[in-house]
Design a protein around this ligand. Structure first.
Ligand SMILES: NC(=O)c1ccc[n+]([C@@H]2O[C@H](COP(=O)([O-])OP(=O)(O)OC[C@H]3O[C@@H](n4cnc5c(N)ncnc54)[C@H](O)[C@@H]3O)[C@@H](O)[C@H]2O)c1
Length: 250
């Protein structure tokens, strides 16, 4: 039996990297996926690939940093399917810089996408979910929120804010049968990770620090997201699940 049969699932940043694995994986579980991403070309191609495999996805161009886009995204789900079952707040950006190099622009960009984006997509989705009296919001944070890494002061702060938002949303929405949880991936082999590890020496050092001896792959995160999206997690809210090859246990 497919675990998300007929569910309407939105994946922000769903066109590439970990989000692409979520879009494909959720569709294989029977979900009707809305890929919400800035990158139109990749998003359209991915939706076509998923549909060609006999599953279901559409692309909706979205800039999550804009409140208007967040609301248009939820309106799209409601006009197409009349409901939103799952929102995965996955879109994020990372600009690596030392404390001395960090500019105001870097703060504004990362706060807008990684924090404001999560807030307004969730706010818009929550309004629909409260009316339905059910829903799941899954926030993608990072192990960078719970452990220090050089060059990631701003990014890590935004991912810490995502953890706090997860708990407040979970508490406020509990009584409407909406569960809100967070996943904290470790370093996963995507465009973002390459950007954070420009120096090959740094990559070697990161891999050495992972007890399982390798970087994560986007599909390593799929089980966690399916758990939080499915009825299996109906009595679980405000929680975080770390998927990092064991890094954070040492
Ligand atoms: N890759 C890692 O090592 C790692 C580790 C921990 C957490 N994460 C988190 O996992 C999530 C996915 O990361 P990834 O590595 O797949 O990133 P990625 O850069 O490979 O992909 C991000 C996707 O988000 C989209 N996007 C960027 N800005 C957007 C915006 N304003 N509106 C809509 N879409 C936008 C991009 O077009 C892209 O498709 C992020 O939340 C990231 O912080 C990643």
């Amino acid at each position: 039996m497919r675990r998300l049969e007929g569910k309407v699932v939105i994946v922000t940043g769903g066109a590439q990297g970990i989000g692409e694995a979520y879009s494909i994986g959720m569709a294989k579980e029977g979900a009707r996926v809305i890929i919400a991403d800035l990158h139109e070309e990749f998003g359209l191609k991915l939706a076509e690939k998923i549909n060609n495999e006999g599953n279901y996805a559409i692309f909706f161009k979205t800039d999550v940093s804009k409140k208007k886009d967040a609301y248009s995204l939820i309106d799209k789900a409601l006009s197409e399917y009349d409901r939103v079952d799952v929102l995965i707040n996955n879109a994020a950006i990372l600009k690596s810089a030392t404390i001395e190099e960090t500019t105001e622009e870097m703060w504004d960009m990362q706060l807008a996408v990684n924090v404001k984006g999560v807030f307004f997509c969730s706010q818009a989705a929550a309004k629909a979910m409260v009316k339905q009296k059910s829903g799941k919001i899954i926030n993608i944070s990072s192990i960078a929120a719970v452990g220090a890494q050089p060059g990631l002061c701003v990014y890590s702060s935004t991912k810490g804010a995502v953890l706090t938002m997860t708990k407040v949303f979970a508490l406020e929405l509990c009584s409407s049968n909406i569960q809100v949880n967070a996943i904290l991936p470790g370093t996963t082999d995507t465009g973002m990770a390459k950007q954070a590890m420009i120096d090959p020496k740094w990559t070697k050092q990161v891999i050495k620090s992972i007890p399982m001896g390798r970087l994560g792959k986007p599909n390593d995160l799929l089980g966690a997201v399916i758990y939080f999206a499915s009825d299996d997690s109906n009595y679980c809210t405000g929680q975080t699940l770390i998927v990092d090859g064991g890094v954070s246990m040492i």
